[in-house]
Design a protein around this ligand. Structure first.
Ligand code: PMV
Length: 334
């Protein structure tokens, strides 16, 4: 090893990993104050951070091409795509008092982007965690939660915080704005199947349209919000007691509400109906809507295989997901 590379290897570095998430109830309405129930899943983003000597912040990201779509507004590694990630790095350095520190950050993301699975929150959280750890600072989960609003606001306009909360804490949580995060002790894990419609969305536009509607249709939205409140409390209860039938029917009810406010998509409705016809206990879109994924509650592992096969025939991409229990984790070489 030459002298220069020995020197580079000695520069402080760290890595972090954060899960993606699904929302079992309450997306969109959570921005307006209703509770949402979300679960961290076993798809991850991983960030590596290493100090550099040239005082520049350099960020690059690697996303498998199968997770990208021609409809994505910006290609990965374009300035526009990397902007929120750079914001996450700079906000972290600012917070730990190292504004002038140069740093190289690379991110591997195995979470489909713009598909309702929290890819942006997960990468933001893993970046914040790796960057702070590389500078010898262990931020608390609460501090990471607060910091993640900086890039999330840039990207989504009006984030509720549910995405980053789930990626940070892991497991299943009931979340209410601004920062109530209640872990749910799950009796028996439901058998869940995820299916990506392949249509990608922009959260900011969808949330904006819902917020606008809520201002002009106040009475209807009051009613929707109280229904979502009951649905989310029911979903938490069904998870706690291991009642997958209740869980499924509440999630299907929630899908109907999301359809009513115009954030579903014909392909998502088709996948939801296909799943139910194939024996699912319930199904709904997950995340902002307008495309992205549906999440399905299956009665048995066998039926999950069967429904996945049907999805593949319909042109969807199924994922057999399980829960992530750890949330964000970071480490630095000793
Ligand atoms: O960006 P997505 O698709 O993972 O959705 C985030 C969930 C929303 O409720 C739509 C927005 C929010 O900040 O809560």
């Amino acid at each position: 090893m030459n002298q220069a590379s020995t020197r580079t290897n000695r520069l402080p570095s760290a890595q972090a990993r954060a899960p993606g998430k699904i929302i079992l109830s309450g997306e969109q309405f959570v921005v307006l104050g209703a509770p949402a129930v979300a679960m961290a899943i076993n798809l991850y983003s991983k960030a590596k951070a290493r100090s550099n000597l040239n005082k520049r912040v350099q960020v690059e990201v690697d996303i498998p091409t199968r997770f990208l779509s021609k409809a994505d507004p910006y290609p990965p590694n374009s300035q526009e795509f990397l902007r929120p990630l750079r914001i996450a790095v700079e906000a972290t350095l600012d917070r730990i008092g190292k504004r002038r520190q140069g740093i190289d950050v690379s991110v591997d993301c195995e979470i489909p982007i713009a598909a309702g699975l929290g890819s942006s929150a997960s990468t933001t959280v893993s970046i914040i965690s790796a960057v702070s750890k590389s500078q010898g600072v262990d931020l608390s989960r609460k501090e990471i939660f607060k910091l993640a609003f900086v890039p999330e606001r840039y990207l989504h306009g009006k984030p509720s915080g549910v995405d980053q909360a789930t990626c940070i804490y892991g497991g299943s949580i009931e979340f209410t704005r601004p920062a109530s995060i209640k872990p749910i002790r799950v009796q028996t894990e439901p058998i869940l199947l995820l299916c990506d419609s392949g249509i990608h969305h922009e959260t900011k536009t969808l949330v904006g349209s819902v917020v606008k509607q809520s201002e002009t249709k106040r009475k209807i939205f009051r009613d929707y919000l109280s229904q979502v409140r009951e649905i989310s409390h029911g979903v938490s209860k069904a998870l706690r007691s291991g009642d997958s039938e209740d869980l499924g029917s509440l999630m299907s009810l929630n899908h109907e509400l999301l359809r009513k406010i115009g954030v579903s998509h014909p392909k998502l409705d088709r996948l939801v109906n296909t799943a139910k016809r194939a024996g699912a206990l319930g199904a709904k879109l997950t995340g902002a809507g307008g495309g992205g994924c549906v999440v399905v509650v299956c009665p048995t592992a066998r039926s999950r295989e069967r429904i996945a096969k049907v999805f593949r025939r319909e042109g969807g991409r199924p994922y057999m997901i399980t829960k992530d229990t750890d949330g964000v984790e970071s480490s630095a070489p000793s």
